[in-house]
Design a protein around this ligand. Structure first.
Ligand code: AMP
Length: 402
């Protein structure tokens, strides 16, 4: 069900509490290594400022485990956000307490206050009701634009909605849901999913949820070897998710019975004598994996097979790299698929939806992110969406038209 957005409520002159996902990677010098998540929140923030709101922003950063950790302060985020917004952003010394309350109540339209890391307080993850009420008391209305945190029922994502007059979504949240929820339930056909990554167990629910809707399911990456095992093939030292072999057998059996579903596993793979950039490698058919070698990428025949289905697709969802893409010598399959999907999006109007985390990193590494229809900012949240789960941070928002 569509959620109300900031366009459905009166925000002029209001102090708007916005939950953002500024959980960005920091390097050893505490510089922001990737600012994608900060930039992704800008349309919502710009719009609210343009309408005359003052902003109280809240986010977590890293895993301080309920302790005050200076190395996990949001200070670097505050500095960068000020530059991006072109206005000064004040960093509060904490996220609750008398001083913060006074800073929030003195805000004038157009001013921006960023609260300090929510997870310095254990109450955030515990979804503590009193803590949620204190956060809620800082503003007049609540906007959730933190898709990447929406799969967690925390005080700032779920608890807070019980203490504010209105809880609506921002533009980033709206976009994410439009692609990961609506485009998936009503896809342009043929509807194709490419699933890769390390473990079958992480994606079983996604496979089960999507299978009934898909025209083509392509499986690659480390998890393909668990499927090969289920087919009785020798996989050498390739990654094996032993506990998931029965699940893989069930998926293969169910796919065979499902009319109209084509399930594609790699037909050849790149194998290496170890996972290292100077390893020896060869391309082999999937039933020829040598005993002491391991599969690290899809092979050229598989690339062509997958590419041909992408070129004919209407909607493509991709979650999980097709090889150990972090090592250049094993990144060719993932890169080729990223490039084909980018071209299909641009030239043939294919709707391309990239799950967050490693897949977003792989697509960015291939220089293909900008032209995809949607690259999700949420790893865990995007997987839960694709698994058909209702995200608690989304369920708690007001429904449009009500
Ligand atoms: P996930 O978080 O499940 O999407 O997994 C991403 C990880 O899967 C990346 O770090 C890849 O290096 C890894 N991966 C992809 N293909 C393979 C493979 N053939 N063997 C081992 N790991 C792989």
């Amino acid at each position: 069900m569509a959620k109300k957005t900031i366009d459905d409520v009166d925000v002029a002159g209001k102090r708007v509490l916005v939950r953002v996902d500024f959980n960005v990677p920091l390097d050893a010098d505490r510089h922001i290594a990737d600012d994608t998540r900060i930039r992704a929140a800008l349309p919502t923030l710009w719009r609210l400022l343009e309408k005359g709101s003052s902003l109280i922003l809240m986010s977590h950063l890293g895993r301080p485990k309920g302790q005050r950790r200076p190395d996990l302060s949001l200070q670097p985020v505050s500095d960068l956000l000020g530059q991006l917004l072109g206005t000064s952003v004040h960093l509060a010394p904490d996220c609750v307490g008398v001083e913060v309350e006074s800073m929030a109540s003195n805000l004038k339209p157009g001013q921006v206050l960023l609260l300090e890391n929510l997870r310095f307080h254990p109450e955030e993850r515990d979804n503590d009701s009193d803590f949620a009420r204190q956060l809620a008391g800082l503003g007049d209305l609540f906007v959730n634009d933190a898709f990447g945190a929406a799969h967690r029922a925390h005080a700032s994502t779920e608890g807070i909605t019980h203490h504010v007059p209105e809880a609506v979504s921002g533009y980033l949240m709206k976009n994410e849901l439009q692609y990961l929820d609506e485009a998936v339930s009503n896809p342009q056909r043929p509807f194709v999913a490419i699933l890769g990554g390390a473990k079958v167990s992480d994606k079983v629910e996604v496979i089960e949820n999507l299978m009934g809707m898909l025209d083509v399911l392509m499986l690659g990456g480390g998890m393909a070897y668990t499927f090969f095992k289920a087919m009785g093939l020798d996989i050498g030292n390739s990654l094996l998710d032993e506990d998931s072999v029965p699940v893989a057998k069930n998926v293969l059996a169910a796919a065979e019975k499902q009319q109209g579903l084509e399930i594609l596993l790699p037909v050849d793979c790149l194998v290496a004598d170890r996972v290292a950039s100077d390893a020896q490698t060869r391309v082999v058919a999937r039933d020829q994996i040598p005993a002491a070698w391991e599969g690290v990428d899809i092979g050229p025949e598989t690339r062509q097979l997958f590419q041909s289905r992408i070129e004919e697709a209407g909607t493509v969802i991709w979650n999980g790299p097709l090889g150990v893409f972090e090592i250049e010598a094993f990144a060719e399959g993932t890169r080729a698929i990223a490039e084909t999907l980018e071209r299909a999006t641009w030239e043939s109007g294919v709707i391309s939806i990239i799950g967050g985390g490693d897949t977003a990193a792989a697509v960015t590494q291939a220089g293909a992110a900008a032209k995809m229809s949607h690259v999700s900012t949420g790893g865990g949240a995007s997987l839960e969406c694709l698994a058909g789960r209702v995200l608690p941070g989304v369920a708690a928002l007001a429904t449009a038209g009500v």
